[in-house]
Design a protein around this ligand. Structure first.
Ligand SMILES: *[C@@H]1O[C@H](CO)[C@@H](O)[C@H](O)[C@H]1NC(C)=O
Ligand SMILES: *[C@@H]1O[C@H](CO)[C@@H](O)[C@H](O)[C@H]1NC(C)=O
Ligand SMILES: *[C@@H]1O[C@H](CO)[C@@H](O)[C@H](O)[C@H]1NC(C)=O
Length: 377
């Protein structure tokens, strides 16, 4: 009687141990299969053109957040934190590549990084001073990326994590806020630096962070240049005396930046081992869209869908930024601009399609397109 009990007990315990071992093996294996299954990763850095909700989780203000309606109304049916009525350029790229929409680094349930992570933060700039205290600066985004590379090394081992990181695509939209913030905060920084000096400082900080990311194993860099910053609904109203023309000083800063950006990328390609870039000409494509909205199926190229005042340029969309009153258009897909500074899903979708078009197109500057990067190379 006693003997039988012991034998049975032993049987259970062996069964249980085998079960446990199988469970452990399949878990370790499970994560590896996840990785091998798709083998495509997109890491995203930058500002509100690419933030998919990181600012929902930081101590900031509603000026740097979009986690309230009508943000998100078109596609998600709830506000995800994206500064649009729906998806962003990076979301459409993820769809082209057939990976899940890349989740924000700070999203609490985001704990698998095999297909990439989104580090972008609305309001962020290359300079730490830009909207300091309300955003995750570009440098900090690179530190967060370093944490993810450590996690990947633990999970996959050194060789496989290296392969993942060097095959992955890295997308950037950074710099706009470095130029917008002096105009929006009445800072006098542009009185202390010439335009070329200020651009050199922004580019210098951009470059040192890019080098950090490269040092961690990144090779394929996709960069959006700066849009025509003086022609956003929110910047048209700054000095126009009611005319609503573009704020030339801001658009000119963006152009100087974009020229310097191209030059520095060519330089990095010479300096850094394995570094490749694809520079998406966001500036030229968006300018064309603003000036010829009908060609893209839009009715409105200059005014925002959501906001108040002339061009709906006052940043009041959602009524949570101090000003409760705001207007909202019925059909966001008829406008290029969603709010004072950001585009509609419909505009982002068309820009993503332009970005995705094959090599030799007029939308990308440099030898590669993002599509080349995702195909084996
Ligand atoms: C968030 O920021 C506000 C204002 O800067 C500050 O008073 C508050 O203590 C901060 N909260 C946390 C949790 O850091
Ligand atoms: C980076 O920006 C800081 C200001 O935040 C500036 O003092 C510094 O010179 C810049 N670094 C480079 C390499 O340009
Ligand atoms: C634009 O949006 C409206 C509703 O907001 C929808 O009925 C219409 O089909 C959309 N048009 C296109 C071209 O997607």
């Amino acid at each position: 009687m006693k003997m039988k009990f012991i034998v049975q007990n032993l049987g259970v315990s062996i069964f249980f141990k085998v079960f446990l071992i199988i469970a452990i093996i399949s878990q370790t294996f499970g994560s590896k299969t996840d990785y091998y299954r798709s083998n495509k990763a997109l890491f995203i850095f930058g500002d509100s053109f690419l933030d998919a909700g990181n600012n929902n989780y930081i101590n900031t203000t509603t000026f740097d957040q979009a986690n309230f309606l009508p943000y998100g109304e078109t596609y998600f049916n709830f506000p995800t934190g994206r500064f649009s009525d729906g998806r962003l350029i990076s979301d459409f790229i993820a769809e082209y590549v057939n990976i899940p929409l890349v989740p924000p680094f700070l999203q609490p349930d985001n704990n698998k990084y095999y297909n990439g992570v989104n580090f972008a933060s609305g309001g962020a700039g290359a300079l730490v001073e830009t909207f300091q205290g309300s955003v995750i600066p570009f440098k900090t985004q690179a530190i967060n990326f370093k944490k993810v590379t450590t996690w990947l090394r633990h999970k996959l081992g050194s060789s496989d994590s290296k392969t993942l990181l060097s095959n992955a695509v890295y997308m950037f939209s950074i710099g706009s806020n470095d130029y917008l913030s002096p105009f929006l905060t009445n800072s006098d920084v542009l009185k202390h630096y010439s335009h070329t000096e200020y651009v050199a400082m922004v580019i210098g900080n951009f470059t040192s962070t890019i080098k950090e990311i490269h040092k961690r194993g990144a090779k394929k860099f996709v960069i959006l240049n700066l849009p025509p910053l003086g022609c956003l609904p929110g910047t048209r109203i700054i000095q126009s005396q009611g005319k609503g023309s573009c704020l030339e000083e801001l658009s000119s800063l963006a152009s100087i930046h974009n020229q310097a950006l191209y030059e520095v990328l060519l330089e990095l390609q010479k300096q850094l081992r394995g570094f490749k870039f694809s520079l998406y000409d966001f500036n030229s494509d968006l300018s064309h869209m603003i000036n010829h909205p009908l060609k893209y199926g839009f009715k409105e190229g200059k005014s925002a869908c959501c906001g108040s005042g002339p061009f709906r340029g006052e940043y009041s969309c959602g009524g949570k930024r101090g000003e409760k009153h705001f207007e909202l258009c019925d059909k966001p897909n008829e406008s290029v601009f969603w709010d004072s500074y950001h585009l509609t899903e419909s505009a982002y979708k068309q820009l993503a399609a332009q970005m995705w078009s094959p090599t030799g197109n007029s939308h990308t500057i440099g030898s590669y397109t993002i599509r080349d990067f995702f195909q084996a190379m």
